[in-house]
Design a protein around this ligand. Structure first.
Ligand code: ADE
Length: 230
């Protein structure tokens, strides 16, 4: 990879990159600021997309148009897999939009109508790099799994059960599948790294406020370790 794109949605998810990237220039497009620079000697472009699938989609396409040859996401998520504790890591094997629902028309939940692929597979070599970084930094605290994205903050045990059992999600967040779809449309490899800020249950709002900073650090550390081996 000669130019690595990195996206976070919120300030907590991206501020550590501001501290560590040797910045050479910035540009603004669609109201989003893109920082170009080097991290461990590698050329990177990173940005704060803002929350939600539309923000993530626009900023992924802009990164690709700016010449990145892979896209990494760093941030936090709500755990769906009961094995996961707050602070644990999910490495995306694929991403699916859980709020895409045309079931009245006979399409499966999550399926984008008239489209061959709705679940977008992450790049195997990026998954492998992330897995190695995770095993080194957080042994026993990371899993590979499906990331479910939707424009909804999930804070209900019933919804968690449904997303885990019906859609087999490991965690839920609000950007990954948009990024993944845009990467697939452009044939650009991606992986999403998420550390759990909450369990998407009745305490999710409180836990999210308390643990987003700490979980963001965990996710950043994985990205930072990965880049040293890319
Ligand atoms: N990001 C972090 N926690 C989340 C949750 N519970 N739902 C959606 N996005 C999240």
């Amino acid at each position: 990879y000669s130019r690595i794109g990195i996206i976070g949605a919120m300030v907590e998810e991206i501020e550590l990159l501001h501290e560590h990237v040797e910045q050479s220039s910035t540009f603004v497009k669609a109201g989003i600021t893109y920082v170009e620079g080097t991290l461990h000697g590698r050329e990177v472009v990173f940005c704060k997309s803002g929350v939600g699938k539309v923000n993530a989609a626009v900023c992924t396409q802009i990164l690709i148009d700016a010449g990145v040859d892979c896209v990494l996401f760093t941030g936090v998520a709500g755990a769906l897999d009961p094995k996961l504790s707050i602070g644990d890591i999910v490495i995306s094997t694929s991403c699916l939009q859980h709020d895409m629902d045309c079931s009245p028309l006979g399409f499966a939940r999550g399926q984008i109508p008239f489209q061959e692929t709705s679940e977008f597979t992450a790049d195997p070599s990026l998954i492998d790099l992330a897995d190695k970084a995770c095993n080194l930094l957080f042994p026993g605290r990371g899993i590979k799994g499906k990331v479910l994205s939707g424009d909804q903050f999930i804070a209900s045990r019933d919804v968690v059960r449904q997303l885990h059992e019906d859609l087999n999600g490991a965690c839920t967040e609000m950007e990954g599948a948009a990024l993944a779809q845009v990467c697939a449309m452009n044939d650009v490899p991606y992986v999403v790294i998420r550390s759990m800020s909450d369990k998407a249950d009745g305490s999710a709002d409180v836990n999210f406020a308390e643990f987003t900073k700490e979980a963001s650090v965990n996710s950043h550390r994985i990205i930072d370790e990965m880049i040293q081996h890319m």
